[in-house]
Design a protein around this ligand. Structure first.
Ligand code: PLP
Length: 361
């Protein structure tokens, strides 16, 4: 464990509040699936899933091992595996997980392993990532009927639901999904349940919520739009503290490769968190800032594996003072992500296991 003063705070009250906000955007009979892949977006998938279990209808994770981990920790809700791999199906069956079937190769594997768990069928409607295409429908439905496979849901995933400039593209994706659903139901002669929307989809295209919606980032407090900043509350806060302060003289350098050269006398603080903990090396050399004592301090020099150095402009800052990388009040992880030209998703999921998680209940 990194030092005790470096920790990720997971605010479960905020998680509950975000869930309520998202629920307020959907009909009471629409199911809500919580996405807890990638360790619950870098939080703690077990704690978060336990907290959410009675409050949501479904969970989804990316990989089979993530679903197994939830089952081993007594999560009983249905768990969708978004991206099962060849070789996973004995485990999927054993742990009662629901695979998203996205290709004929994966479907054949499901059949060869004589699985009888319900499945979700994924269609590609424009993201061009995973999924069957519309032209596969006839062959696909024939196999499903012949093999008497129970399809629990069909799904697709939007490419740009957060981007209002891409509204016409998104509408086309939705239309394509609708026509696939129609044809699927005609070919199988049966109504099928559907899910399409991720967080931004819920916020921007709630008419297409169908039977279930899938939220990840929204539960963790981000809506990919300033509009929702007052409604959604960040769940993750990353804190550290100042281990040591140095007075650096004009002409001296700081850190590896002497990347910071002092052009005047200054005070610097050493903070015990580094690129091994998910602090991108690209935010060294004054690209990124952290908050100490209500003052924003530049990260100076290169980000090290286990620490960063910051410039202290406030003379009152002392060793042991709290350092805020991101939190609800000073700068959130979306702002912190901008320093590295990335998005909150990457900042949150990069936080290493070395960092202790503390929960606010
Ligand atoms: C990760 C993921 C989501 C969650 O998206 P958010 O933008 O975090 O709500 C939903 N659906 C699929 C298929 C995903 O891979």
């Amino acid at each position: 464990m990194a030092d005790n003063n470096t920790y990720l705070e997971i605010n479960l009250k905020n998680l509950a509040s975000n869930l309520n906000f998202l629920r307020s955007k959907i009909n009471s009979n629409t199911k809500l699936l919580a996405v807890t892949k990638a360790n619950g977006y870098g939080s703690d998938s077990i704690e978060v899933s336990k907290f959410l279990e009675k409050k949501v209808d479904y969970f989804a994770v990316a990989y089979t091992s993530e679903g197994v981990e939830l089952r081993k920790n007594k999560i009983k809700s249905p768990i969708l595996i978004l991206h099962p791999q060849i070789g996973d199906f004995d485990t999927i069956q054993e742990y009662n997980l629901e695979p998203s079937i996205y290709s004929f190769m994966i479907l054949n594997e499901y059949i060869d392993k004589q699985c009888n768990i319900p499945i979700h069928i994924k269609f590609n409607t424009g993201l061009n990532r995973l999924g069957f295409s519309k032209k596969n429908l006839t062959k696909l439905c024939k196999i499903l009927l012949n093999e008497k496979i129970t399809v629990n849901y069909i799904l697709s995933h939007l490419a740009a639901s957060e981007d209002i400039k891409e509204e016409s593209f998104t509408k086309k994706q939705i239309e394509k999904f609708l026509s696939i659903c129609d044809e699927f139901e005609n070919l199988t002669n049966k109504a099928v349940k559907k899910h399409l929307l991720n967080t931004s989809g819920i916020l921007n295209y709630s008419d297409y919520q169908f039977d279930m919606v899938r939220s990840g980032i929204g539960l963790y407090g981000y809506g990919n739009n300033k509009k929702y900043e007052s409604k959604l509350k960040p769940v993750h806060s990353l804190f550290s503290s100042i281990s040591q302060i140095h007075e650096v003289k004009e002409g001296e350098s700081v850190g590896y490769n002497r990347a910071f050269l002092a052009n005047k006398n200054c005070r610097i603080g050493i903070v015990p968190i580094g690129h091994a903990d998910g602090i991108s090396r690209s935010i060294g050399n004054r690209k990124g800032k952290v908050m100490v004592n209500n003052s924003l301090c530049d990260i100076i020099g290169n980000v090290c594996m286990d620490m960063i150095m910051i410039e202290l402009n406030d003379v009152n800052i002392k060793e042991g003072d709290k350092v805020i990388l991101f939190d609800e009040n000073s700068q959130n992880s979306e702002k912190f992500a901008e320093y590295a030209n990335t998005i909150s998703y990457e900042v949150l999921t990069s936080i290493s296991n070395r960092i202790k998680r503390k929960f606010v209940k």
